[in-house]
Design a protein. Structure first.
Ligand code: HMG
Length: 416
């Protein structure tokens, strides 16, 4: 029998503070409806320099191990997906490995390709296990990022930060991945980038949306072709994409998931051979509110309250989806679309596990979010203006890590 491989459990870490998106809109003299209805945001995570990509990753991983009782002696790989690296050479994975006192006999590395780096890491882990090379060991994949465009930029309301840690194993209680069915699409584009030495990303915002939609169309069609060969979906009265119970997307801002879903449907409607005859009618059918409500809307609960988390955004959507409907989706196949600027997109599917609800209950996501403090726009601006290398002396909350200091270019962490 083919091995079942996938995500056994997950944990989420978010910065301690957030700003209300309507407060931000008012402070910028923008109609709040632009950020709420136009972008789909509610709240935006705000990190301080002590909550860097390492401390968020280590907190999420420590939480996963503690909440789910992970036997760390069975771990053979630790991959950190990130585009918020802290060093050109030393990976975040080595910090996390040290902070969590993980076994020496592990492969550790970071995986970078904008927001796609987490999925690249996940696939490396899944395929390592599926190949048999893991010999029964599990992998830890941590997606961690701080999305930062800068004050008063167009990207400002689409910032955020946090980390999602995934345990990958032969016991996929959350999601058994359909190994080998992935569709991928790569293009060399400058839609979003962050040159070495810059803290803030550069972005060609509207072009980045076009690049995302173009790449995802290629990735989705690639997946659909393989899924059809294996009889997982077919052309019939329901579109192939409608044969998936839910579809989760990379979420730079929530409205993007709506655009992405319409694009997936448009691919099906254009290729079906018996869909609406005119481009206008196909566009209309692609934007179906009923389909969005049924297949996408419930995945966005966490993303709307945290903002963009780059590599972790898709996995925050997975967390939100299974938090909302883990029991109802048990045994059903869902789709996942990862996009990283630059660019690479990957569409893959998996079957939700019977124990998804139980595993998600242990992740205690309501408490993770409820513990946060709402700050004013003034305080958010103060935090944004703090130098990255001089963290404020704040004692870490129990179970979390913080950057304590950077001395002679060496980072020291406290906590957990
Ligand atoms: P903008 O130009 O300020 O906003 O920037 P806009 O004018 O496009 O308006 C946004 C939406 O609000 C529009 O809706 C407006 O109609 C609507 P749409 O037409 O798109 O459906 N709107 C209103 N709605 C209700 N009431 C109102 C109102 N006013 C306007 N009063 C933009 C928006 C997203 C471009 C900007 O925030 C940005 O540059 N963000 C960063 C880039 C980004 O997130 N790109 C997404 C795709 S690329 C990606 O996902 C990769 C990424 O995660 C990075 C990585 O891979 O590492 C970014």
């Amino acid at each position: 029998m083919k091995k079942r491989v996938g995500i056994e459990a997950l944990a989420v870490a978010v910065p301690r503070r957030y700003v209300d998106i309507e407060d931000l809109a008012r402070a910028r003299g923008v109609d709040p409806a632009k950020f709420t209805a136009g972008l789909g945001a509610k709240e935006m995570a705000v990190n301080d320099p002590g909550e860097d990509s390492v401390s968020l990753a280590a907190t999420a991983a420590a939480r996963l191990i503690q909440q789910q009782g992970v036997d760390t002696s069975k771990l053979g790989m630790l991959v950190v997906g990130t585009e918020t690296g802290v060093d050109h050479s030393k990976p975040i994975a080595s910090h996390v490995h040290g902070l969590l006192k993980l076994p020496r006999g592990m492969r550790t590395f970071d995986s970078q390709h904008a927001c796609y780096g987490g999925t690249a890491g996940l696939m490396a882990a899944v395929e390592w296990i599926a190949s048999g090379a893991a010999a029964g060991r599990s992998a830890l994949v941590v997606c961690t990022d701080i999305a930062r465009y800068g004050l008063k930029t167009a990207g400002e309301p689409t910032q955020g930060g946090g980390a999602v840690a995934l345990l990958v194993s032969e016991t996929p209680d959350l999601l058994a991945v359909d190994v080998g069915l992935n569709g991928v699409s790569t293009a060399d584009v400058y839609d979003f980038w962050r040159p070495v030495g810059r803290r803030e990303a550069l972005v060609d915002g509207h072009y980045s949306i076009t690049c995302y939609l173009d790449a995802m169309a290629g990735a989705y069609r690639g997946w659909r072709e393989r899924a059809m060969e294996q009889g997982l979906v077919r052309w019939d009265s329901k579109l192939p994409s409608e044969q998936l119970a839910r579809i989760l997307y990379h979420v730079p801002f929530c409205k993007m998931a709506r655009k992405a879903h319409a694009q997936v449907r448009l691919c099906d409607l254009e290729d079906s051979g018996n869909g609406p005859a005119t481009p206008e009618a196909r566009d209309e059918a692609a934007k179906s509110q009923a389909s969005y409500d049924a297949q996408v809307a419930k995945s966005l609960g966490l993303n709307a309250r945290v903002g963009n988390v780059y590599t972790a955004s898709l996995y925050l959507a997975l967390a939100g989806q299974l938090h909302a409907e883990g029991a109802a989706l048990a045994g059903q196949r869902i789709g996942l679309l990862s996009y990283g600027s630059g660019s690479c997109a990957e569409f893959y599917t998996g079957v939700v596990g019977e124990k998804a609800a139980e595993r998600m209950a242990r992740a205690d996501l309501d408490t993770v979010l409820a513990k946060r403090e709402r700050v004013s726009v003034e305080e958010y601006e103060r935090l944004m203006n703090l130098p990255y290398d001089a963290p404020e002396a704040i004692a870490p909350e129990p179970g979390t890590f913080r950057l304590a200091e950077i001395h002679e270019f060496r980072r020291k962490y406290a906590g957990a």
